[in-house]
Write a protein that binds this ligand. Structure first.
Ligand code: PLP
Length: 234
């Protein structure tokens, strides 16, 4: 019964998330349609993703290359595929083939591997530079003071288009705890736009528990899983 209820409420969950996005955008003086919702589908089976697509989802986020390969074979290019997990260099080839945008570039060597693979595929791959804004040692991403160098180096590589920055907020029950990190990322992007002349239109920040705070601080790519699909099992 509980499962049935969860299944049938996907469209409701999605509508609620969209409503919350709209209200947060309005609080921040921005239009709701300027915010792109990435539905995070790790552990979510392809049939559920299809259901989400039928309910209006246009962008999906996956954390694991292997898992995404199987689902992409079923779902195809009807949606934009975002890679949001930690990417190992030996998976760069597969990632460049499967995904439209990689949120988690955190080293020059990874950027170079993606550049090489994208060129082999004859495509221009969009990437974001992941920044560790909390300073937690368990977190991936470059320290804020190194982001500029990585953005500039990645932007110089053929086959890549650097499109912005990404961060994961501090995972605390109170989303306000992550606000300074979101604010830092937004300020950093603004500074890098000035210094590099690059567009850097995307700020990927905010998950189920903190996307409203992230939007208030300037996020326009939010990565939401649990609030749409329910708790992940296993
Ligand atoms: C899993 C994940 C998300 C989604 O998390 P929820 O709390 O389920 O919304 C967002 N971003 C990243 C990087 C993730 O790994």
């Amino acid at each position: 019964m509980a499962d049935d209820k969860q299944e049938s409420s996907l469209a409701d969950n999605l509508a609620r998330v969209r409503e919350r996005i709209a209200r947060a955008a309005e609080r921040a003086g921005r239009r709701p349609d300027q915010i792109c919702l990435v539905a995070v589908t790790k552990t979510v089976p392809a049939a559920r993703i299809r259901e989400a697509v039928a309910a209006g989802v246009t962008d999906v986020g996956e954390n694991y290359v292997q898992e995404a390969a199987a689902k992409r074979a079923e779902i195809g290019a009807a949606v934009t595929w975002h890679f949001i997990g930690h990417l190992q260099r030996n998976k760069a080839g597969q990632a460049a083939r499967l995904f439209d945008i990689i949120h988690t570039v955190d080293s020059v060597r990874l950027a170079e591997a993606l550049s090489r693979r994208a060129q082999q595929l004859g495509r221009r791959l969009e990437v974001l530079v992941q920044v560790n804004t909390s300073g937690e040692t368990t977190k991936a991403g470059v320290p804020p003071e190194e982001a500029g160098a990585l953005v500039a180096q990645a932007a110089s590589l053929d086959g890549l288009a650097v499109r912005g920055l990404m961060t994961i907020g501090r995972l605390q029950p109170d989303p306000e705890e992550a606000r300074p990190e979101f604010r830092l990322l937004a300020a950093l992007a603004e500074k890098l736009r000035r210094e590099t002349g690059l567009d850097l239109p995307w700020l990927s920040m905010g998950m189920s528990h903190d996307f409203e705070v992230a939007i208030e601080e300037g996020a326009n790519l939010v990565r939401v899983g649990t609030a749409i699909f329910g708790p992940r099992r296993g």
